[in-house]
Write a protein that binds this ligand. Structure first.
Ligand code: PAF
Length: 284
């Protein structure tokens, strides 16, 4: 596998390639990332990854400075799997050579809710870097994980709106044996917190269960389901940003009539355990 640090080198290596499959990452790779790369391999050739910790998507009090930067380990993991042909690992100057004055802004109705409400500027940071990376790599397909459900939707809609010739593929969330969604931030969890962390997914599953029971009884009261989930999480020491049931297609709150008519739903959650913020979701 080749590791390149400049856009010029990347373009030189990719000249003439028309079936590039791309997996953008911020590094500190785990099995979730490696699964995205494997999927990319099934949909294109060559596979390109990027490793870039994107300052623009971190808030002032977030973990940009301590975000794990583990390029050497990451390269080793990718070399073992042999799915990736080139890793693009630019430094900040290469990605943002002048102060980054332009931003790609997601629409308010998608960008300002849920994650966007609790992490202002996050999605504009993501859209800006993803737009830049897509422009550098020019892939035919790009693979994103469903764990970052709202990010996936926003990237998809951005590519449609800007008519980018790339297909965005979604990979199911990869989980540890106890159900915890894999994330680079899991490494911040202390042992006791790590033992508690699977509750996030368990609670999402109980939300799905409760919604199915309501549906079977011909009832729809999502607020009750959300409140029960919130109380449960708080009782176990979590600081919850949101536990919310939304429509899959646009992440808006569904009307009761829609739910009763079988509208596809997704429960999305973000909550802090100690200093670590985790997100997860479950479709139903
Ligand atoms: O999901 C991530 O790791 C990041 O948000 C991404 C898409 C690589 C952009 O920095």
């Amino acid at each position: 596998m080749k590791v390149v640090h400049t856009i010029q080198d990347l373009r030189d290596h990719l000249r003439g390639q028309t079936r590039v499959a791309f997996v953008p990452t911020m590094g500190n790779l785990h099995d979730g990332h490696l699964a995205l790369m494997k999927m990319a391999r099934q949909h294109g050739d060559p596979v390109v990854t990027s490793i870039f910790v994107n300052r623009l998507q971190f808030g002032p009090n977030e973990d940009f400075d301590r975000y794990p930067r583990t390029l050497r380990d990451d390269v080793e993991k990718m070399e073992q799997r042999r799915d990736v042909y080139i890793t693009f690992a630019p430094d900040e100057h290469e990605m943002y050579p002048v102060p980054q004055n332009y931003r790609v802004q997601p629409p308010d109705d998608l960008g300002d809710i849920l994650e966007g409400e609790f992490r202002p500027g996050f999605f504009s940071g993501v859209c800006t870097v993803v737009m830049k990376l897509l422009s550098c790599v020019q892939p035919r397909v790009a693979v994103f994980g469903k764990k970052d459900y709202q990010q996936l939707m926003i990237v998809r809609s951005m590519c449609q709106q800007f008519q980018l010739p790339v297909e965005i593929l979604a990979h199911e969330t990869v989980r540890a044996d106890d159900g915890l969604a894999l994330s680079s931030r899991n490494r911040y969890l202390r042992p006791q917190e790590r033992a508690e962390a699977p509750r996030l997914y368990v609670t999402l599953q109980s939300m799905r269960q409760a919604q199915r029971a309501q549906l079977a009884a011909g009832v729809c009261d999502l607020e009750v389901i959300e409140k029960e989930a919130l109380d449960l999480m708080q009782a176990h020491g979590w600081k919850v940003d949101y536990m919310s049931v939304r429509r899959q297609r646009d992440l808006k709150r569904p009307a009761a009539a829609e739910v009763l008519a079988g509208e596809p739903l997704v429960a999305l959650a973000a909550a802090k355990l100690g200093a670590t913020r985790l997100i997860d979701n479950l479709e139903f």
